[in-house]
Each structure stands twice: as C-alpha cells, then as structure tokens.
Design a protein around this ligand. Structure first.
Ligand code: MG
Length: 266
C-alpha cells in the first residue's frame, strides 16, 4: 500500500526537479572578468585582417571578455563576417558566396561564414563572449529583418546561444530579435535612445560611441539604475580608456585590447 503511494510522490518530485533544472541557465560559461571587447577581433597588433578567424583566435588567446565581429548576408543568403558592404570590390548583398570566397583576406583566409566563425568561437573557449553585430541591410528594413531571422536561426543551429550577444545600429533588427526570444542579450549601438527607452523595449544594454556619453553624461548613471549593461565603442586613446574605466563601463570595445588588458591589470 505504501509503495503504491510512493510512486506518485516520486513522480511529482522528479517533475518538479526537472522544471527547476529547465529554468536554471547552464552555469558552464565563465567569461573573463575584465571589460575588454576586441573590436573586429584582436587584429591590430599582429596585422591580422579585421574580422578574420585569426583575429578571433587572438582575442580568445588574450583572454578578452568579448570579441566583436560584423555579419552580412550574400545574394544567396549565406551569412558572412565582414565589416564593409563590399569585399574584394564585390557588393556582398548582390554577390553569391561562391564568388565572394574567391577573393581571399590578406592572410590567405577565405571570407568567414558565420557558421565557421561560431564554430571557431566555441572551440575550447569559455572565457570570451562572441559579440555579434548585425549590420543594417543597404537594401532596407525588410532585408534587415530577414537577416536578423537568419542570424538567430544560425546561432541556434550552431548551438552558440550561450556565447553570443547581439549588437546593431538598426533598432528594428534588435526588436525583431527580442520578438524571436525575449531572453536574448541585445545592445543598441546608434546612440539615439535613452536607457529608459531601451529598457522599455526589452533591449539589455546600450553600446554607444564615447562621444555620446560625453553629450549625455546622465545616461551612465541612468543605465546602471535601469540595470542595463553599459558598453562603449571604439575607445583607443589611453586618457579615454582611463575615463571609461573610472566611469565603470561593463564593456569597452577597443582596437587596443592588449593595452587595455594591461591597463586593467595595474
Ligand atoms: Mg562592428
């Protein structure tokens, strides 16, 4: 009789335990406790091409807490990592991936696909976030929305969710991501929204140009009060880096990650 009562009780305990487990975010990621985000990877010191696999590997090797990179979409909807809308004289959005890949980067790499970049960024890396910038589409908002959808699908397919944070100048791209999954970590780049506006839209942080914070110094305290993540780009001068450290920015995006790591270590 007792055994009969015990079975439903055990089932209940197991169900409750599994629900609790599902709600808890895996704690396997231990991102580095610095605030250094390598802008387009750590490229400058070693003359690697920006946004190359080599620059990503170097940012991870250095132990930066983040490595930033830019994503665009080819004519045949392949996601590639490149800052400019052109690669090797070819317009990315109007060129097929097969054609684009024929033009190599200066270190002999092919233009990376997002898939390859994520794969590399997850390999033996638990210290460096992958800060994924979705570039606004030159073709307009509709293609920008498609790009956001495709990027989100690729991140899920690659099982890279725990590594990736999203940034964009395109507000509609970020709100699209929020509608796909409200728990995504998103940061807005364009500098024209107050922390309160971002908070209301479900965006998790502001990542503005250094000059914007000087024009709106109150946004620093406001962002902290709103519980938003505070980022700044692209800071390279020692005096500006020191100012950002003093102001308590969570992340500082820089072309000089080695210098900033050294500065923080002092
Ligand atoms: Mg970028």
């Amino acid at each position: 009789m007792k055994a009969v009562r015990l079975v439903p009780a055990l089932v209940t305990i197991l169900l409750v335990a599994s629900c609790v487990t599902m709600r808890v975010k895996p704690s396997s990621m231990h991102f580095a406790a610095n605030n250094v985000v390598a802008h387009r990877g750590a490229f400058k010191k070693n003359s690697f091409p920006e946004n190359s696999i080599a620059s990503l590997r170097e940012a991870i090797r250095l132990g930066c807490t983040g490595s930033e990179f830019d994503v665009r979409m080819t004519a045949d909807e392949v996601l590639v990592v490149n800052h400019d809308p052109h690669h090797g004289g070819m317009d990315i959005e109007n060129t097929t991936y097969a054609k684009l890949r024929t033009k190599l980067l200066s270190n002999g790499e092919e233009i990376p696909t997002l898939e390859a970049y994520l794969k590399e960024g997850m390999a033996a890396n638990k210290s460096t976030r992958l800060v994924l910038e979705i570039k606004p589409s030159p073709a307009g908002m509709e293609r920008g929305q498609l790009l956001a959808q495709r990027v989100w699908e690729q991140v899920k397919k690659s099982k890279a969710d725990l590594w990736v944070e999203y940034i964009s100048f395109d507000y509609a791209i970020l709100t699209k991501l929020c509608s796909l999954d409200a728990s995504l970590i998103t940061h807005y780049l364009n500098g024209d929204k107050s922390p309160a506006e971002l908070k209301a839209a479900g965006i998790k942080g502001l990542d503005y140009n250094y000059k914007i914070y000087q024009q709106h110094p109150q946004w620093i305290a406001e962002a902290k009060a709103q519980g938003l993540v505070l980022n700044v780009w692209t800071v390279n001068e020692p005096s500006q880096l020191t100012w950002c450290i003093e102001k308590g920015f969570n992340f500082i995006t820089t072309n000089e990650p080695e210098f900033l790591l050294q500065l923080k270590a002092q």
